[in-house]
Design a protein around this ligand. Structure first.
Ligand code: DGJ
Length: 741
């Protein structure tokens, strides 16, 4: 890994065995992008890649006798207003009303490792040799402003983390109206764009189209990263598939409003941008102040989409997630939400917990409804003290009793919200985001607390920390159940209202930071009505996320499949729930529900007392299987093999680092009568190793990777056929172990 600098022509080449990224300085002083892709040799001069020649009708900038049109160049951090007519990376409104910037190159530094980003989640290193960081210092002398572009190249992978810092050195304030974290101009547009889109209960569906001239934006303006669009984009060459070919991922380490955009111009140049959404964003930067934009992580791989995903999985698992739970297999939990909703008391909970213990569960989680007047979702949010009419000895007492059963205890909170019918709201009506004299929209009968105000965060911290100190709590599920509307803070002046969305998220991060530092042993799971805030920003604090409110096994195949484009198996909360399923009304076999949930953190979302004895015995086996295999399932190398979006049979697998063990999950959505023969070609095995496939026999790695594992369903539809072999929503999990041949 190295950052190569040619000081004669100010060319910077970030290069390792997986990626080359080359930039230089234009004659007018601005930074130019030259190349991003597979590693290439370094050389003295790459100036032939500067393609800014004038074409008729272009505007141009003159500098030292050279005229270039920025419109035809590949800019490194684009500005609008002086001959580039594409969307810019930065817009600064200055005292005279101008929005034009001209940041020219001044100097650079190379730092070992990677500096932290103050107040923001970001990838990190544990030693200086894991990464190297290039900081480019640019200045706009007219506006007296400095721009720092930061690039961290990680060793051993095609990962480039980027962020941006803007400093006002002038004597009057300026207003940042747009500060993108990432801008990349590519010389052609022969790419398919993949985004992860959907809605509540249908999160992160991969959607793809070929790039055409114009702008395609993926965004959230909901105050959270959202169910609708994940802060992620992928560009792949048209022939790239899951296993081979070039692809680039762009992932934004942020949990609030974002814009991820691709613009193709008339000459087929592609500009990729990612950052805080400029709509409703305007940051006042006083003299001497700096603004730090969040990080974007770009991954380049020539090993197809799985190559990109595996790079993200490893990075996010090991160098984004933190704390004692980072690499620990996750406890099998039972969450009472779908078992009881709001209808519970202590006796009922302990009854559910006792059966859970019998069935191999390790952690009992009490969901919504345990506090204040929260007997339904109309009241109580904000009043974080136990409802003693339900729990006579409070959370402290209940947690003691659950621990006495031999289980750990976990608790649900939704600390960013308040119901108008609550003591907190009655005491502090101005603590919610709302605009004076205007209608205040509700969602799920609740308002959003103004987390841009430190005193609000302090107050909530006080209530939550008290419970955590007084009770035996091993796990927290942190929920967030509505999007933000009427985003306005009663504590900020008019010229700072454009800061509220971002300050809100900074407030959320600060509370996460305080709680995770004070209670390092607690496992945090983030949640936003399911997967409405499944993003890298929150993984920094909470190493797992409730993937979706949709717990149906078939829908979960799709949701977990799409989520795996970026996020590791260890981060995906996945539970076995009751049938008929509460979201889909579908009845799936218990075995399939378990075998889908295996590829996640694994838990239960039902009252196991309501299962037959036979089913309870089955559940015990599934819990045991998970305990035996969770290290491999959650931390092995994950491969998507066949997509549920295009096939009736979907499959995925995990392989241990030493390639001696693997688990394959194979799922047939609808049974097919008299169907053709099927095989799944496995990935990631050692070609020369012989593996025992439980129940099937012995096969070599190359056999299973090239010829495949036979998964044909023998049902012909004749009477007497084995009906269990031909049911809908069926699944098989294969365990592979290396053996001496
Ligand atoms: C939404 C979550 O996704 C559910 O799992 C549950 O915790 C409810 N909120 C509780 O209100």
């Amino acid at each position: 890994m190295s950052i190569l600098v040619n000081p004669k022509n100010n060319t910077f080449h970030l290069q390792n065995d997986h990626i080359s990224y080359i930039m230089t300085v234009y004659p007018n002083g601005q930074m130019a992008q030259l190349y991003c892709g597979k590693p290439i040799h370094d050389k003295e001069d790459f100036s032939y890649l500067l393609e800014g020649s004038l074409r008729s009708h272009s505007a141009y900038v003159e500098n030292g006798g050279d005229s270039i049109s920025l419109e035809h160049t590949k800019q490194e951090y684009a500005v609008y207003g002086s001959s580039d007519f594409r969307e810019p990376a930065i817009e600064v409104r200055q005292e005279n009303g101008s929005r034009l910037s001209d940041f020219v190159y001044k100097s650079y530094e190379i730092l070992p490792g990677k500096p932290a980003l103050p107040g923001l989640p970001a990838t990190y290193v544990e030693s200086g040799d894991e990464a190297e960081t290039l900081v480019l210092h640019l200045a706009d002398e007219t506006a007296d402003m400095e721009l720092q572009l930061m690039y961290t190249l990680f060793a051993g992978a095609g990962i480039l983390a980027r962020s941006v810092r803007v400093i006002n050195n002038g004597s009057s304030p300026v207003f940042l109206e747009r500060v993108m974290s990432f801008c990349l101009d590519l010389p052609d547009a022969d790419y398919d764009l993949v985004q992860l889109s959907g809605s509540w209960a249908r999160e992160r569906t991969p959607v793809s189209h070929h790039l055409v001239q114009g702008i395609h934006a993926v965004e959230s303006l909901r105050g959270h990263s959202s169910h609708q669009n994940n802060p992620f984009l992928l560009l792949k060459r048209p022939l790239t598939d899951e296993f081979a070919g070039e692809a680039m991922g762009f992932s934004f380490v942020y949990s609030g409003n974002f814009l991820a955009q691709v613009q193709v111009d008339t000459y087929n140049m592609t500009r990729v941008m990612m950052g805080i959404h400029p709509n409703w964003f305007c940051w006042k930067l006083e003299e001497g102040e700096a603004f730090q934009a969040p990080e974007t992580v770009m991954v380049f791989s020539d090993k197809g989409l799985n190559g990109v995903s595996q790079t993200y999985h490893k990075l996010y698992q090991n160098r984004l997630c933190r704390g004692v739970w980072r690499n620990r297999p996750r406890p099998i939990l039972l969450n009472n939400w779908e078992a009881t909703y709001f209808d519970f008391d202590e006796e009922k909970l302990l009854n559910i917990a006792a059966k859970a213990k019998e069935c191999g569960v390790e952690l009992f989680v009490l969901d919504d409804g345990w506090f204040g007047k929260r007997r339904n979702d109309y009241a109580g949010l904000g009043d974080w003290y136990p409802a003693t009419e339900l729990l006579p000895e409070g959370i402290a007492g209940l947690s003691r009793k659950v621990e006495a059963l031999g289980l750990k205890f976990g608790l649900w909170i939704e600390p960013e919200m308040v119901n108008p019918d609550s003591d907190l709201y009655r005491a502090h009506p101005d603590w919610v985001l709302s605009i004076p004299d205007r209608y205040r929209s509700l969602s799920r009968h609740q308002c959003v607390l103004d987390y841009s105000r430190p005193e609000v965060v302090d107050h909530i911290h006080g209530m939550i920390a008290k419970i955590l100190r007084e009770s035996k709590i091993s796990y927290i599920k942190w929920d967030m159940n509505r999007s933000i509307t009427e985003c306005w803070s009663h504590a900020l002046p008019a010229d700072r209202q454009g800061e509220v969305f971002h300050r809100y998220i900074l407030g959320v991060y600060s509370l996460y930071d305080r709680l995770t530092c004070e209670f390092p042993e607690i496992l945090f799971e983030s949640c936003a009505g399911g997967g409405g805030r499944f993003d890298p920003g929150l993984l920094y604090y909470a190493p797992q996320t409730w993937t979706s409110d949709n717990t149906d096994a078939v829908e979960r195949m799709k949701i977990q499949y799409g989520t795996s484009y970026v996020y590791p198996v260890s981060s995906m909360g996945s539970h076995v729930s009751a049938v008929p399923n509460h979201q889909m009304n579908r009845i799936t076999p218990l075995k399939t529900r378990a075998e889908v949930a295996y590829f996640g953190t694994y838990g239960y979302e039902l009252d196991l007392n309501r299962l037959t004895e036979e089913e309870q015995e089955e559940v015990k086996q599934y819990s045991e299987y998970m305990k035996q295999n969770r290290e491999l399932l959650q931390f092995g190398t994950f491969y998507r093999l066949q997509s549920p979006f295009t096939h009736n049979e979907m499959s995925w697998m995990v392989v241990s680092e030493d390639k001696k063990e693997a688990i394959v999950g194979d799922y047939r959505i609808l049974s097919e009568v008299n169907a053709g023969f099927t095989r799944i070609r496995l990935q990631g095995l050692d070609k020369d190793t012989c593996y025992e496939v439980e129940g099937l026999g012995r096969f070599y790695g190359d056999e299973m990777m090239n010829l495949g594992l036979v998964t044909s369903n023998g049902s012909t539809g004749k009477p007497g056929d084995d009906v269990t072999a031909a049911r809908d929503f069926d699944s098989t999990v294969y365990r592979l172990r290396a053996v001496e041949d």
